[in-house]
Write a protein that binds this ligand. Structure first.
Ligand code: ADP
Length: 600
């Protein structure tokens, strides 16, 4: 609740930690420097007063040089303080940006693994980097400028009325007219036109991004930009809207705005002419001329002040974008740690009446699923696509937490096991096994960082990777990834299997990947599977029925429910969904063999 009431800037400043005070010091210095920058104008007024008092015998004016030096001193002190202020705000801004990155990464580390499914790590990093960079600009520069501008503005108003309020009012009138012109561009009917113009700008950005994404298709099919109707329309629409906006909304107000900010002193002349008769009668003509000289010079800072106000407004917008980005990361769900962690007894996996609905989904991905896998046994999850196989497997290592029911490992609810201990119990191999941009050795060792080179090599051999190591000159030290060697899909699978074998966990969750494998690789992968699964509890997501025949139990998942379970023989005899899938599978194999024979 408290958080809500705080302004965006205050929330961002909280990330500065011990450096928060430095920000305030920087802002104070910036305000003082602005005040000092006004002082030379007073010196000019004093010098002008002295000169006019002795006119035309200028040599009599003795203090002019002093005022000149004083003005110089104030200007230098102002600049010096401004830089000192910037130094403080920069130090605080760098620390804040570093803290945002650190806290963001720490937060993300606590998120359940499933979070990374919908938030690719590149995206998270991008958000954090952009937020940190925005915050850096805001706290290092914009905020100091905003405080400086406010100070400048107040000081300007005071100064306007100190010497001659009538001439001050003339200058102020110029400022008011130019501000009114500026706001007339944004208010009333123009607000709608401006909104339309901004929407067109958004559309062109989005359509442009889509176009760049689709550039591969454009090239392959020899298309032109005109085939991207949406993009073309967005460009034309933007062009029309911006022309209309500039010609009908901006032209006159912007001309007025610029004329009155840049030429405010023009207002002074009629004001002076109007006041002159009264002044002559009073006899203080010298004072009047001095004041006129002062306002003529002083009116020049009005345009600077107004320009700064515009910048200040955009700086504040930066704060809310930065905070929005940070919150996307900081509000990542947190994997709750148990207060009294339990230890899993063995490799048994149990699902007790488990239901699970993805965030934002309307129908549950799993409904009332119950089954048990005894330690050392293999269970295969089969069924039509979208049946819930992957979801069921992801609940075991807590990619997500169940909506209701319980998933147990070694007799303990997974939510009651320390996440590190749970991870030690499970090795998983996904369809698209991620390999890092690192050496093969480091890639495999990721699952057990203290493994020796010999142990890594043995795991690679057990995963049938001997041929891969042999063909690479640097063997186990070969770098993978963009700058290094690329491996085929099947080869990557085997390296991933070596990683799982090295982990030596009692439970293995396997997404049987066959998509990449050629027959030769497939045979090797099957061998590696056998080594990996020996003596372990295995939950296997099976895409082809040939691999599930030997499983101790087969669970058929359809529409998030277990519709059948049993051994291969039992299920075939039952004559249900599995039996039909098995019959279809056999038929497809039959066709394949027949067509291959015919081809010969
Ligand atoms: P299978 O592995 O059997 O193909 P899944 O477990 O992947 O099935 O999917 C089960 C259901 O959950 C499907 O309806 C799917 O659309 C939905 N689903 C899967 N992943 C997500 C996700 N990250 N967010 C929302 N819905 C999802």
């Amino acid at each position: 609740m408290n958080q809500k009431k705080k302004s965006d800037v205050a929330v961002l400043l909280d990330y500065a930690g011990s450096h928060k005070g430095l920000t305030f010091l920087g802002l104070a210095l910036s305000a003082v420097s602005m005040l000092l920058s006004m002082a030379p104008y007073i010196c000019i007024w004093l010098a002008a007063r002295d000169l006019i008092a002795v006119a035309p015998d200028w040599t009599q004016a003795q203090s002019v040089a002093q005022y000149g030096w004083l003005a110089f001193g104030f200007a230098v002190a102002g600049i010096f303080l401004y830089f000192a202020g910037l130094m403080c705000t920069h130090l605080a801004a760098f620390r804040t940006a570093a803290n945002i990155r650190k806290q963001g990464v720490a937060r993300v580390m606590k998120a359940p693994l499933g979070f990374f499914d919908s938030n690719a790590s590149g995206l998270i990093r991008g958000r954090l980097d952009a937020a940190a960079a925005d915050t850096e600009t805001l706290l290092a520069h914009n905020l100091a400028d905003i405080v400086g501008t406010i100070t400048l503005f107040i000081a300007m108003l005071v100064m306007m009325f100190v010497f001659d309020w009538r001439m001050g009012a003339a200058c102020l009138l110029a400022a008011v007219i130019s501000i009114a012109a500026m706001f007339s561009m944004m208010g009333g009917k123009n607000a709608r036109i401006m909104a339309e113009y901004q929407a067109a700008q958004d559309r062109i950005t989005k359509a442009g991004t889509e176009y760049v994404r689709g550039i591969l298709v454009v090239k392959i099919f020899q298309q032109t930009v005109y085939s991207f109707k949406a993009f073309q329309q967005a460009i034309e629409d933007y062009s029309n809207k911006s022309e209309y906006y500039q010609a009908n909304v901006c032209r006159i107000p912007q001309s007025i705005n610029l004329t009155f900010t840049e030429g405010a002193f023009v207002f002074l002349v009629p004001a002076a002419l109007f006041l002159a008769p009264g002044v002559l009668a009073s006899g203080d003509f010298a004072g009047f001329v001095t004041n006129f000289a002062f306002y003529a010079v002083f009116s020049a800072i009005i345009s600077t002040a107004l320009a700064k106000i515009m910048f200040a407004a955009s700086g504040m917008m930066l704060a809310s974008t930065a905070l929005g980005r940070i919150n996307q990361v900081m509000c990542a769900p947190e994997l709750k740690k148990p207060e009294h962690p339990q230890k899993p007894r063995d490799g048994r996996v149990e699902f007790e009446d488990v239901s699970f609905t993805y965030n934002g989904a309307e129908t549950p991905a799993l409904s009332h699923v119950s089954f048990t896998v005894e330690p050392g046994r293999t269970v295969a999850l089969v069924g039509p696509s979208g049946g819930g196989k992957t979801t069921a497997a992801s609940l075991i290592p807590r990619f997500w937490d169940v909506t209701s029911g319980m998933v147990k490992v070694g007799g303990a609810d997974v939510r009651q096991i320390d996440p590190h201990v749970l991870m030690e119990q499970i090795a998983f191999v996904f369809q698209n096994s991620r390999l890092f941009k690192a050496s093969i050795l480091e890639n495999v060792r990721a699952s057990r960082p203290n493994a020796t080179r010999g142990e890594v090599r043995a795991a690679l051999m057990a995963a049938q990777c001997g041929d891969i190591l042999e063909k690479l000159p640097k063997g186990i030290d070969t770098q993978l990834g963009p700058e290094g060697t690329y491996l085929s899909g099947g080869e990557q699978q085997r390296i991933a299997l070596a990683r799982a074998i090295l982990k030596d966990a009692p439970i293995v969750v396997l997404d049987e990947a066959t998509a990449f494998a050629d027959p030769e690789n497939e045979a090797l992968i099957q061998k590696a599977f056998t080594t990996l699964t020996k003596g372990r509890t295995v939950i296997m997501i099976a895409h082809r029925l040939s691999t599930v025949v030997g499983a101790d139990k087969i669970l058929v998942l359809e529409g998030g429910r277990v519709v059948e379970q049993g051994s291969h023989r039992e299920l075939v005899e039952t004559g249900g969904l599995y039996a039909r899938m098995w019959a279809d599978y056999n038929q497809s194999v039959q066709w394949k063999i027949t067509s291959e024979e015919e081809a010969k």
